[in-house]
Design a protein around this ligand. Structure first.
Ligand code: ATP
Ligand code: MG
Length: 732
């Protein structure tokens, strides 16, 4: 079979990389040089030229989204989907392994994954149970500590002893935490990796099976692997298999989360006979953009060192804009966006990047005012909402009554007469006896340890959950029906309906949305590790959250943090808030090496741009409620002067005036007038005040007449849909 078509559209070095012999290969190259492209082509090559079954390949990507993209690109290239291949993130793959071998991994069959929010809750609960002072050991810091240990592959028992009371306390908390997660069958993200590593290490036949199965492992964004991920790769590849890793040391931006840039440096030591290939031609950006990136990053020390070049011409210089404040900065950005849009650029080809999430709000307000669609990557997550988490907790309990986290969450939601005191007793017994809360509840009832009323309340909760366990096992019930029943039996709908005003209404709608999400959930045969669709759905809710939100189908401006922009590219990029204290961030001044990481982050930002890059900063900025005056970032002065030019549009500056706001196409006050209420005209972009939720910004509307609903992004409460006719909104 002629397979040379796979090498079309590649340059010589890329071809060398794609068709490299089946041995350990390290592709070390700068941004936009085609690393990800090479990885995809190499998979196609291995399947066709070396006739390796996709079943024997594993590819590790950085996000679930890029995993999907990789699969579809391979399919495009070779015409058939790569069936049986394992593609996913480190967490996703570790999870898959643990589901398949839960017993060998020492897990309960129905173990649950905790997100960072669940984790924090658990830590707080433990601290309460053991009377540990949360001012001396702030729970968030405890989570950081535990996660950092796990990233390094350390269990509580491996943490070195210390005489310092603080460290001692941390270690002790880690022990308690291990005990609680073990008992509840709970796994945090770090545990997925650590446990998957231990699973293989402690089970030689299983390890052998996978080593024989995966003939070749491919890893994208290798520079951001942490110690445990690296260790896992090493044992998986073993002596038999081989690995292709692609990475760029200049783009290592997760050091703060334990990523080890040394993993690239050590690669040739740890893997045998490594074939190292460098790519130097950049296909993404113009000459000016590339020169800026090269100039900036040359200020870092200890680089593996590489220069990127392009033959695409120098293009336009980078434009630098100094806003007099953050509003002016945002206004400038919108102005440029409108120009590009009017010239025919799709909105999705434009990205606005920032250092921290909080910076997006001002830009958002402007976009809304101008009615320009936008998406935020990693914004507020559906599965993070309180009512959704409650409903999911019922499902978790139905699967596994010993899930303490779920039990605590819903034992008295909706209120059923199980007060704090009863719950306290449950906790105590659970802790003293080493029971789950469920078992503690059974004990309390059996031994009559609580007054009759409390005891009865607990009894009826237990039988509610038992009923649910029966419900979820009915084979002919679809997942949507299961959730519908659980929500109904739990009484969540009337509970939220009773809540004051539109808050409850939005919650009820979200619960309905959950039912439809569950009905639409596809349980494919690929998921054979899961014993039930419900379990697969619950895990997906935790693992996929945050990424699912970005709607690929609607044309919209892409807003994201610099971290989230890794691996992506856009014709037009705005790098915003490029000021000292913000970027580099203030926190990075204290720790050695952190400024360099910030510089790499800036390098990532610059190299996302294909045609045109704008860098903006504000002379004064209101952020987190206070005003600061920062000087332009040092990174700006590190860019060679001949590829950047300052633009000044001060004469056009006008502060946004409420009078100028365009009205929505559809008058939103129609429902009000039809109800004979005082007419309040509300437009997109209006700042409004709600008696309960406080101040927020109108960002969307739908429906007509009495059904008109508006979406308001509240400063404190996040975004909510409100029925205009009932919401007592005051326009500010
Ligand atoms: P990053 O470091 O940002 O992850 P990368 O090295 O993975 O970048 P890719 O995303 O694979 O780079 O490629 C950058 C862009 O260049 C893509 O649009 C890709 O399609 C294009 N490209 C890469 N190689 C070639 C080539 N030989 N011919 C044409 N276009 C190419
Ligand atoms: Mg890439």
């Amino acid at each position: 079979m002629d397979v040379s078509f796979i090498l079309d559209d590649l340059n010589d070095k890329q071809r060398d990389a794609v068709a490299a012999p089946l041995q350990n290969t390290l592709i070390l190259a700068g941004a936009g040089s085609g690393k990800t492209r090479v990885l995809v082509h190499r998979i196609a090559w291995l399947m066709n030229a070396y006739e390796i079954s996709p079943y024997s390949l594993m590819a590790v990507t950085f996000t679930n989204k890029s995993a999907k993209e990789m699969q579809s690109r391979i399919e495009q290239l070779v015409g058939v989907p790569p069936q049986g291949m394992w593609v996913g993130t480190f967490h996703g793959l570790a999870h898959r392994l643990l589901r398949a071998h839960w017993r060998d991994a020492g897990l309960k069959e129905n173990f649950q994954i905790m997100d960072s929010d669940d984790q924090l809750r658990l830590v707080k609960r433990i601290m309460k149970a053991f009377n540990i002072d949360d001012t001396r050991w702030p729970p968030k810091q405890v989570c950081w500590f535990i996660n950092a240990q796990k990233d390094e592959g350390r269990r509580a028992a491996h943490v070195p002893d210390s005489h310092d009371p603080f460290s001692k306390g941390m270690k002790e908390l880690y022990f308690h935490y291990e005990e609680a997660t073990e008992q509840g069958g709970l796994l945090d993200f770090g545990e997925l990796l650590l446990r998957a590593h231990e699973l293989l290490l402690g089970n030689p036949p299983l390890l052998k099976h996978y080593q024989e199965r995966f003939k070749h492992v491919l890893v994208d964004e290798f520079q951001d692997t942490n110690s445990i991920q690296y260790a896992w790769l090493r044992i998986l590849v073993g002596q038999e298999g081989s690995i292709t890793a692609v990475g760029d040391d200049d783009q290592s931006i997760y050091g703060w989360r334990g990523a080890k840039i040394e993993n690239i440096h050590n690669f040739t030591k740890h893997f045998t006979e490594v074939n190292t290939i460098r790519l130097e031609q950049n296909y993404r950006s113009t000459g000016h953009i590339l020169k800026a990136a090269n100039g900036l990053i040359s200020n870092n020390e200890d680089r593996l060192g590489k220069e990127l070049w392009t033959d695409s011409g120098s293009g336009e210089p980078i434009s630098l804009y100094a806003g007099f404040n953050e509003q002016d900065e945002a206004r400038f950005i919108i102005e440029i966006i409108k120009k590009w849009r009017d010239k025919g650029t799709d909105l999705k080809e434009i990205a606005i990047l920032y250092r921290s999430n909080a910076q997006s709000r001002v830009v958002e307000e402007c976009l809304v005012r101008e009615q320009i669609a936008y998406r935020i990557y990693g914004g507020h997550r559906f599965y993070d909402r309180l009512e959704i988490k409650n409903a999911l907790a019922y499902a978790r309990l139905a699967l596994d009554p010993n899930d303490d986290g779920a039990m605590e969450r819903v034992i008295n939601v909706p209120p059923r007469g199980i007060g704090e005191r009863s719950i306290g007793t449950l906790r105590e017994i659970a802790r003293d006896q080493g029971f789950s809360m469920w078992k503690a509840a059974v004990t309390i009832i059996e031994q009559g340890l609580l007054p009759a009323r409390a005891s009865n309340a607990i009894r009826s909760f237990l039988s509610l959950i038992e009923g649910m366990s029966v419900c979820i096992q009915q084979p002919d019930l679809g997942l949507g029906d299961v959730f519908e029943q659980l929500i109904q039996e739990a009484g969540l709908i009337p509970f939220h309906e009773k809540e004051k005003g539109e808050k409850g209404e939005a919650r009820v709608e979200n619960l309905k949305e959950l039912v439809s999400a569950a009905s639409g959930f596809n349980w494919s045969s690929e998921d054979e590790e899961f014993s039930s669709p419900l379990m697969a759905f619950l895990d997906k809710a935790v693992l996929d959250a945050g990424e699912a939100q970005a709607d690929e189908y609607q044309d919209s401006i892409q807003l994201m943090t610099l971290h989230a922009a890794k691996g992506l590219e856009f014709p037009l990029v705005f790098l915003t808030g490029v000021e000292e204290n913000l970027f580099p961030s203030k926190m990075s001044f204290e720790e050695p090496g952190r400024i360099e990481e910030e510089r790499r982050l800036c390098y990532v930002g610059i190299t996302r741009a294909m045609e045109k890059l704008y860098i903006t900063y504000a002379e004064s900025r209101r952020l987190y409620g206070s005003e600061s005056f920062n000087s332009p970032s040092r990174f700006i002065s590190e860019i060679p002067t001949d590829c950047i030019e300052e633009v000044r549009l001060r004469s056009q500056v006008s502060r946004p005036v409420s009078m100028q706001r365009p009205a929505l196409n559809r008058p939103m006050n129609s429902s009000l007038s039809s109800l004979q209420q005082p007419t309040v005209s509300i437009n997109m972009g209006d700042k409004v005040k709600h008696p309960v939720f406080g101040e927020g910004l109108v960002i969307n509307s739908e429906g007509q007449g009495a059904q008109t609903r508006v979406q308001v992004n509240f400063d404190d409460e996040g975004s909510k849909w409100l029925v205009l006719a009932f919401a007592k909104l005051e326009v500010l």
